[in-house]
Design a protein around this ligand. Structure first.
Ligand code: PEP
Length: 259
């Protein structure tokens, strides 16, 4: 049995107003999500819905995550949000280095790394996203790309804080496309990531770090993905916007722990 409690994280991206977000939380909570400890759940709404969603999940086991931070603590960075601002709203997790941030907003590995370090300094758990483009997979560069993003993203992370880091392997060609990596393809990369984590932080610590899969995870493919030894949960985009599919994913993940 895995030593790791599975985690299902919903990345709402630029969807849901605060009012719509609270409605979604009500539907999710009605299905008893966040009332038992066999699976951890994090919701990552847009910044504008953090406060309202935070209030709506109060008293449940659902945690609050953000989708991005700036690496600086404060200052003249118009439009940006710092780690301490998020902590003040009781945010505990933050997605960093999502492929949409890398490709649309030009975030490079060095910036991603500074954000990871800023998150850890503020006791936020970074969900560091790594993953290859379709062209990179077709050119057999998947492991090289994942190694570069992981090693650069985690540079300077002290071993004592490594267990606060969560990795999300998200093959870019599978995000929002309906194409999913097969369980075997995903497991191969997850095992490789855990090997790299062991090299950096030691095997015991690496065995405790969560590695999520992301990329069109849905109720009909989650069971097989979560059955793999090194897949500890999911970072969910599209399916997190629908209460029925999200709660079903949480139920499947809870079941995967008892295997
Ligand atoms: C994501 O954006 O992190 C993601 C995995 O999206 P989707 O589930 O829609 O592929």
């Amino acid at each position: 049995m895995s030593k790791r409690t599975p985690l299902i994280a919903g990345n709402w991206k630029m969807n849901k107003t605060a009012t719509e977000g609270v409605e979604l939380v009500k539907e999710i909570s009605a299905a008893s999500v966040g009332s038992h400890a066999s699976v951890n759940v994090v919701l990552c709404p847009p910044f504008t819905a953090l406060s309202a969603v935070g209030q709506a999940i109060e008293g449940s086991l659902i945690a609050l995550g953000a989708q991005n931070i700036h690496d600086k603590a404060n200052g003249a960075f118009t439009g940006e949000i710092s780690a301490s601002m998020l902590r003040n709203l009781h945010v505990t997790h933050v997605i960093i280095g999502h492929s949409e941030r890398r490709s649309i907003f030009g975030e490079d590995d060095a910036f991603v790394n500074r954000k990871v370090l800023a998150a850890l300094s503020a006791t936020l758990k970074p969900i560091l996203c790594v993953g290859e483009l379709l062209a990179e997979r077709e050119a057999n560069q998947t492991m090289e790309v994942v190694r570069r993003q992981l090693e650069a993203g985690l540079a300077g992370v002290p071993a004592a804080k490594a267990e606060s880091v969560i990795i999300a392997y998200e093959p870019v060609w599978a995000i929002g496309t309906g194409k999913t990596a097969t369980p075997a393809m995903a497991q191969e990369v997850h095992a490789f990531i855990r090997k790299l984590l062991a090299q950096q932080f030691g095997a015991d610590t690496a065995a405790r770090i969560l590695i999520l899969y992301g990329g069109s995870m849905k109720p009909d493919n989650a069971d097989a993905l979560l059955a793999e030894q090194d897949i500890d949960g999911g970072l969910i985009g599209g399916a997190a916007l629908d209460a029925k599919s999200f709660t079903e994913l949480v139920r499947i993940a809870a079941k995967s722990l008892s295997r």
